[in-house]
Design a protein around this ligand. Structure first.
Ligand code: SAH
Ligand code: SF4
Ligand code: F3S
Length: 465
């Protein structure tokens, strides 16, 4: 939704020197971390007089916040830049300048190559340098090209301005909060350690301050973000070394924060304190995204996941012992180099053994610069297609069975917004699935008890109790 009041069809009238704000349009690809970063970039630019717009044609600054995880994701950026080139020319013919920036993981991975391939681009800026974005924009407006892709040594979060309260209000009652960035795990299929750099944890005080700002602006549910969120660590106010578990206990003390979540975690970093948080904290939602990627030990080893299928199953047992009603979500890759039919069957088997209520599954996409791309025995596309279809059918069945089993049960729902039909309200279940209510069961931001009376493919229907 746009904050501007000048939404209009076509191009707005020129307004230089009138003191009116400039406009920025941000398009976000990829993971939640990019969503969070896009908001912080918008916050940083607001201090320079840029108002956010949802209409690309009226933007003086267009930013693409990109994803490099699979080939398709990365290539989307170039087709979008093709369209943007025309837009920039059209605006230029009306005497209006447009600055084009590429941020995110493609920016980090490809750097100057982006400007060579798409000369329309003025700014290439990697995820570690967003605090330098306002400077880069000023330089670009003066006609320069800016490529900023070093892993900055300064703390970008310390230098980015705090989110503005009005903006937070507009964003609603749920929010992301990045606590950790980067990855040292180097799974052999993955670009993230190269695009996001090595693991950095934000200090406890910074995180608590931001969570309190969110709470004060009416946010009720916070999702802590990190590429390896449960690798987060820091010195607690008690002088001891804290992990994510201890941090969650601290954040649960903040008045107003009714719900906590975190994503994405790695099986190797699920420690006792974090499992205890699932046992002891009602505010920590009984939902965990814990990617396993594959079920064959041979493939897990080739992926450098550094755990076996059995390690994962035993971990799930411990988590379920602590929190019996926890719902699990996962990521899967089919067709990793060398994956045989038997290896793939092991993936199907681990899915049957665990039962996931939600999952993301992908065909392996060889990424330049990662070890997997150079491995022998790349799997045929048609084999990947077939395996993906089978896996997705199984996962969809599990998702459906989970939803059906909820019918008749009571649960709590965070009221988020009015629904599509008059009188309807949309809330969020503990398992992220949206819940449609046929009457207003409370104010936006309230957490209310409901009974689920119907389950559809991607949502639940419920009545207040
Ligand atoms: N940090 C997260 C994953 C981030 S990437 C974690 O460790 O779980 C999100 C998902 O994209 C991964 O879990 C993986 O399933 C998928 N993915 C990553 N690289 C991929 C590739 N080269 N091809 C296909 N899927 C990939
Ligand atoms: Fe990628 Fe593996 Fe790091 Fe996740 S843990 S971001 S999959 S390298
Ligand atoms: Fe994509 Fe970068 Fe996120 S590659 S998934 S945007 S960390």
């Amino acid at each position: 939704m746009s904050e501007t009041t000048t939404m209009q069809a076509g191009l707005p009238a020129s307004n230089p020197g009138t003191g009116a704000t400039k406009k920025v349009f941000v398009k976000t690809y990829g993971c939640q971390m990019n969503v969070y970063d896009s908001q912080r970039m918008a916050d940083a630019l607001a201090a320079d007089g840029y108002a956010a717009t949802e209409v690309m044609e009226e933007a003086d600054l267009v930013l693409l916040n990109t994803c490099h995880i699979r080939e398709k994701a990365a290539e989307k950026v170039y087709s979008e830049l093709g369209r943007i080139r025309k837009l920039k020319a059209e605006r230029a013919s009306l005497g209006r300048d447009t600055v084009i920036g590429v941020a995110g993981c493609v920016a980090q991975a490809e750097g100057e190559e982006i400007v060579r391939r798409a000369p329309v681009v003025d700014i290439v800026i990697g995820p570690q340098t967003y605090h330098r974005l306002p400077d880069a924009v000023r330089k670009a407006r003066d006609g320069g090209k800016v490529v900023e892709t070093d892993y900055a040594i300064e703390d970008k979060f310390e230098r980015l301005p705090a989110p503005r309260r009005a903006e937070l209000r507009r964003r609603g009652v749920t929010a992301f909060l990045t606590v950790q960035e980067g990855c040292d795990k180097f799974c052999t299929f993955c670009v993230v350690p190269y695009t996001r750099g090595s693991e950095v944890s934000r200090p406890v005080a910074q995180i608590v301050r931001e969570a309190e700002q969110l709470a004060a602006a009416g946010v009720r549910e916070i999702t802590l973000l990190g590429q390896n969120v449960n690798a987060w660590h820091g010195e607690g106010p008690d002088g001891r070394q804290w992990g994510l578990g201890e941090l969650l206990f601290r954040l649960a003390e903040i008045a107003g924060i009714g719900r906590l979540r975190y994503t994405t975690s790695h099986p190797r970093d699920m420690d006792d304190a974090l499992i205890a948080a699932h046992r002891d904290l009602d505010r920590l939602m009984p939902y965990l995204h814990l990617p396993v990627q594959a079920g064959s030990d041979r493939i897990l080893k080739a992926m450098n996941r550094r755990h076996t299928a059995d390690d994962y199953l035993r971990l799930i047992d411990r988590i379920r012992a602590a929190r019996p009603d926890i719902a699990l979500s996962g990521d899967f890759i089919v067709g990793f180099p060398g994956e045989t039919d038997a290896d793939f069957e092991a993936t199907m088997q681990i899915v049957r053994d665990v039962t996931f209520v939600q999952a993301f599954s992908f065909k392996y996409s060889p990424r330049p610069g990662t070890p997997g791309a150079d491995m022998d025995a790349q799997v045929d596309e048609s084999v990947k297609d077939e395996r993906l279809q089978r896996l997705q059918a199984l996962l969809a069945r599990q998702q459906r069975e989970f939803a059906d089993a909820l019918v008749g049960r009571k649960t709590d729902v965070l009221i988020e917004k009015p629904g599509r039909s008059p009188g309807q309200w949309v809330g969020r279940s503990p398992w992220l699935m949206p819940v449609i209510l046929d009457e207003k069961a409370g104010e936006i931001g309230d957490i209310v008890d409901v009974r689920i009376n119907r389950a559809a493919a991607n949502s639940l229907f419920a009545q207040a109790v």
